[in-house]
Design a protein around this ligand. Structure first.
Ligand SMILES: [Zn+2]
Length: 349
């Protein structure tokens, strides 16, 4: 049996973008341009209705692509409180196993925004009892949070006995920021401030060298490569990742198709990896992350994947190529309506 396909770094809230309903051309204009002109504006434009429609579309697309689980990195600065319940309800209803977090940041509203994000994580961790969903803590990226916020996140993670999901070294800008703040790099900063307990998930990791990957190994961290996102954003290749003991593949919100992600890795690996075929084993990492978070409370997230049929946790979630729990056409129609509203709000900034 092949391992279940699990997206180790998802952005389910970007389902409208992945489906082409919100244009993402800015991605080709570099990391900071893409973030300031596209992703940050898009995130701010999400209200509860748009978030729900976007996540439902992303979950539907993932399941129909044979993906059974996701480790999600979520932000919706205009509706922080309760947002993880919106994401969790969509996953539970449609049948996607998920590890959720709110990605804490200070980039829109300073320390107050960070506090609200951290409270949403803690609230969700304490209240969620959905069978298919678990919570962890989230940080957007080292360069959008202060030392004080990172220390607080570490304290809460230890109190709640959980891990942290963060983007790090996705671009040289993140590395330069950490150095200006007096650290060797973003990974060292996150570790020195206590924000990465063992088992934490560090996504992107393009700018991590051999020294940093060894450091990640010493601390039991997962490193998640996002091959399609890196290729599209021309953000480079994580050449030291072959040293990682715990490595996985994520879509970075490009769409829930892990087979396409593995194909991109297979195309990029020759000449960059010492073992171009062996590195595709990273595809199994996502399922291992889910197994760690679900522990004994749920079976290993293995799926029976047959033509047009998908089972998650013993339940059929796709049958004859269609979702079991909801009408895929209605999900798409609602997403189109919400995309129009989101685009109008993005125009206004
Ligand atoms: Zn990401």
């Amino acid at each position: 049996m092949t391992a279940a396909l699990v997206d180790a770094h998802a952005h389910l809230a970007r389902g409208l973008c992945a489906a082409g309903l919100v244009p993402t051309d800015a991605v080709e204009r570099g990391f900071l341009t893409a973030h300031r002109e596209l992703w940050w504006r898009y995130d701010r434009a999400l209200d509860e209705a748009a978030l729900r429609a976007s996540v439902r579309l992303a979950v539907a697309d993932a399941l129909l692509a044979g993906t059974t689980g996701a480790v999600d990195h979520h932000e919706s600065p205009s509706c922080i409180e309760g947002s993880l319940d919106v994401v969790a309800d969509a996953c539970q209803e449609l049948g996607l196993r998920a590890v959720l977090c709110y990605a804490v940041t200070e980039r829109n509203g300073g320390r107050d925004e960070a506090r609200r994000g951290l409270e949403e994580n803690a609230r969700f961790l304490a209240s969620n009892d959905r069978r298919l969903v678990r919570g962890v803590l989230g940080v957007h990226a080292s360069y959008t949070v202060s030392d004080e916020t990172l220390r607080e996140i570490g304290d809460v993670a230890r109190d709640l006995d959980t891990v942290v999901h963060v983007a790090a070294a996705a671009d040289s800008a993140d590395v330069a920021d950490a150095r200006v703040r007096g650290f060797d790099g973003p990974l060292q900063r996150l570790l020195e401030l206590g924000a990465l307990p063992e088992g934490s998930v560090v996504a992107h990791a393009v700018g991590l060298g051999e020294r940093e990957v060894r450091l990640a190994n010493e601390h039991g961290l997962w490193l998640v490569q996002c091959p399609r996102s890196n290729a599209r954003g021309r953000s480079g290749y994580p050449a030291a990742l072959h040293l990682a003991r715990r490595a996985a593949l994520g879509t970075d919100g490009i769409g829930g198709d892990l087979v396409a992600e593995a194909a991109q890795l297979a195309a990029d690996a020759p000449g960059r990896e010492p073992d171009p075929e062996g590195c595709t084993a990273r595809l199994d990492g996502g399922a291992a992350i889910l197994a760690e978070r679900f522990g004994g409370a749920a079976r290993t997230p293995a799926a029976e994947l047959a033509i047009g049929s998908l089972r998650v946790d013993g339940c059929e979630v796709v049958a004859a190529g269609r979702l079991v729990a909801a009408d895929g056409d209605a999900i798409r129609a609602e997403a189109e309506v919400q995309a129009g509203r989101v685009l109008a709000r993005m125009e206004r900034g």
